[in-house]
Design a protein. Structure first.
Length: 154
């Protein structure tokens, strides 16, 4: 009988703390929500709305853009500063490719647009991707990577 109590206690301890709790999974078919979160992030950047960016970004968010690492709201602050100095940035996101797991998603897209001072905008194409985590009932951006596409071969 004593062995049964010890075995039962050991089994209960393993079940309670021996393994990690399963993550809360996003609902099936939530791929469009990942794309919508990407669009919302860029819309917030267009408006220089750092509070909206913060709601979309997960704690610990960082980005690689232009060969540099930006943590937290630093990339949004950079864009806001560029806008304040007269730089215009146009983003047109398309060709989304989303892949979802239980509580993680990654998505890639092409961003064709332009940047520069008014009257001197230069066309730019970026190849971008992001990783999202399902947190608190929403997809939150954990990581963003943006790189300028190579110009077409002549």
């Amino acid at each position: 009988m004593r062995l049964g109590v010890v075995s039962l206690a050991l089994a209960a301890a393993l079940a309670a703390g021996g393994g990690q709790a399963a993550p809360a999974c996003a609902p099936k078919g939530s791929g469009p929500a990942v794309q919508a979160a990407v669009q919302a992030w860029f819309d917030a950047g267009r408006r220089d709305d750092l509070a909206a960016l913060a709601k979309i970004q997960a704690p610990g968010f960082y980005a690689y853009d232009g060969g540099k690492k930006y943590e937290g709201l630093a990339l949004g602050e950079l864009v806001k500063g560029a806008h304040a100095s007269g730089v215009k940035i146009e983003w047109n996101l398309h060709d989304f490719d989303a892949h979802l797991g239980c509580d993680k998603a990654w998505i890639a897209w092409i961003n064709t647009g332009a940047s520069g001072k008014a009257g001197a905008l230069q066309p730019v194409t970026w190849l971008e991707s992001a990783v999202f985590g399902w947190r608190g009932g929403a997809w939150r951006m954990e990581f963003l990577h943006s790189a300028r596409a190579s110009p077409p071969a002549a």
